[in-house]
Write a protein that binds this ligand. Structure first.
Ligand code: AMP
Ligand code: FE
Ligand code: FE
Ligand code: ZN
Length: 287
């Protein structure tokens, strides 16, 4: 079995890439997807650890898209994570995330909370700064008792200190992932409140849909299996493990799917690569 969705310290997870792989092995997973928000820096390290421990590491990235104000996450599996252009693109997004984090901290300060951007930065280090880092800094500053409360009262979508990120359209998300040889999958479709955004992503050409996720109930699972079948999409699943950042639970492997689902994703990624070689893109020059 495999868990195709996990985060590391390169975004808002708490595990280093090595710790994630150790944990994956401990939990009996044969593969784990490293899918950080707007970051690919953890993949290589996870792969090295994976080779040592016999855990297959699936390279991925989780991008934030937006459809009429709804935040839609898109997973890109098997993107060429060592490509310099791809690296520069996600780095730009991280710079924007840091700026947006600073704006949220300013709003919190205006509301009288004693939280500083220095605290956020020292928690996040070089990671893609996200609301979980801001929330943790708020907890550390004694402004709220826990991360959940920080989201509920201040930085959730309706909160007074929430600042939206610039986001891609679903089409831009799909195009970006395809451009770098990846397979695009709509993450946790059951969490967006309605399926309009999901349909937009399907119209934009995603290859798959994440059916199994901790935030999905049995109805969601049945529904998205059906949506996948109707639209000839691949299905994936994973725990979206943040290493205990979400209510202290680790989650890794709590949602796992058969290896065959990963095999289908991998096969599509390989076919894409073969096709692009046939069309004489940059890979053809060295083959
Ligand atoms: P951002 O990308 O900065 O907007 O932050 C979104 C991230 O915050 C998600 O990927 C989750 O990891 C986390 N998150 C969202 N809602 C909550 C919540 N209610 N409690 C804890 N973490 C959350
Ligand atoms: Fe996250
Ligand atoms: Fe997500
Ligand atoms: Zn995620």
């Amino acid at each position: 079995m495999v868990d195709l969705h996990a985060h590391t310290v390169f975004s808002d997870g708490l595990f280093t890439p090595e710790q994630l792989v150790v944990e994956a092995r401990r939990r009996g997973l044969s593969a784990v997807g490293v899918a950080d928000h707007d970051a690919v820096g953890g993949i290589k390290r996870a792969m090295v650890a994976g080779r040592q421990l016999g855990v297959e590491v699936v390279p991925a990235v989780e991008l934030s898209c937006s459809v009429s104000g709804v935040d839609l996450h898109m997973l890109g599996y098997y993107v060429e994570f060592q490509d310099a252009e791809l690296g520069a693109f996600v780095k730009d997004i991280r710079v924007h995330r840091a700026e947006r984090g600073r704006l949220m901290v300013e709003k919190l300060q205006e509301l009288g909370l004693k939280v500083t951007m220095d605290q956020v930065r020292s928690l996040a280090k070089d990671a893609a700064i996200g609301r979980p880092h801001v929330a943790q800094a708020m907890v550390d500053a004694g402004a709220v008792p826990n991360v959940e409360e920080a989201f509920k009262r201040y930085i959730g979508y309706e909160g007074p200190a929430y600042v939206p990120k610039k986001k891609l359209s679903p089409l831009e998300g799909v195009e970006f992932i395809r451009q770098y040889g990846g397979v695009a999958v709509v993450a946790h479709p059951g969490t967006y409140g309605n399926d309009e955004a999901v349909y937009q992503a399907i119209a934009a050409g995603v290859d798959g849909i994440e059916v199994w996720h901790p935030d999905h109930n049995a109805n969601n699972v049945a529904r998205y299996i059906e949506v996948a079948q109707k639209n000839h999409l691949l299905t994936t699943g994973g725990s979206d493990c943040h290493g205990g950042r979400k209510n202290g639970r680790i989650y890794l492997g709590e949602v796992r799917v058969p290896y065959e689902l990963l095999a289908a994703v991998k096969k599509l990624a390989q076919e894409r690569r073969k096709d692009s070689r046939g069309q004489g893109t940059k890979e053809s020059s060295d083959s």
